[in-house]
Write a protein that binds this ligand. Sequence first.
Ligand SMILES: [Zn+2]
Length: 349
Amino acid sequence: MTNFPIFDGHNDTLLRLHMSDNPPSFFEESSAGHIDLPRAKKGGFAGGFFAVYTPNEDYEAEPKEHMTDDGYDVPLPPKISHERALSFTNALAAKLFKLEFEAKGQLKVVRSTDELKYCLEHDIMATIFHIEGAEAIDSNFDALHVLHQAGLRSLGIVWSRPNVYGEGVPFRYPSSPDTGDGLTDNGRALVRECNKLGIMIDNTHLNEKGFWDVAALTDAPLVATHSNAHALSPIARNLTDKQLSAIAESNGLAGINFAVNMLREDGGLGTDISLDEIVRHVAYIAEKFGVEHVALGSDFDGTTVPDSLGDVTGLPKLIERLKVHGFHDSELQKITYGNWMRVLRDTWK
Ligand SMILES: [Zn+2]
């Protein structure tokens, strides 16, 4: 166990459980995927944003099929329908609520920072209902209000593919995140409605124009739940120094993603990398923009992580490497959960 409860910005555990034919119980230790409750306890993983994400149907694009001279450029998947996204969102959200039901008090869907604090202090896994890509939200925002009442507290306007609200970045290396048009009028209205309801807006996956559109409109801190420093790994999914500076100025944060291709300088997919590749991104943001503006956003169960980490049980090794790098306890407290607590307190109403 680490000294600090680790609160994490992003996982795709709900999708993994939903998509596997015979998933092992979340409450029993297994070697499937990255997170289950017993392994989370071993790793000091106290909770995080549990993403509800609707994949494209029958669509697969492997980077190795889209190689360029110096990297890869995978085309954006096509749009998906609102109807499909809404029914898939209901299924995955139900998965989260069923987990809470079966957990008999060991896991909670938190709706306020008081609840989050209580869970962190009482060893209850704290989960935030997050939607990645707003296709399930109609432009009258009926679904948004219903989902908010159900517990939705965080929304990514886009997963990379375009939708009626905006457009995200493709899986492209090397590339700036300035890859397309910004938010639509519907997208701008969505930002205002989320502000009104106190739903956190996640800028991860959004292209750079969309990011600046959100920045110009929102009254909440700017957040990217699972994106890294573009200066260290120039993939379209990472954040430029200018974006990181705006995040810091707004008193927001970036959660460091453990995806190997977003950590590595060469954007490569090889998993034989050291935990110091993660430390490098944390330290860059902490040193250049302030330790208040960096946290963790693992992408567990949604990406390929370094072999040296393995799964959620590898987190104590990462904390150890952060200590060796020179982070003091007061700084580690901010990186592991304190910054998330602050940003959520400033965002949720
Ligand atoms: Zn993502």
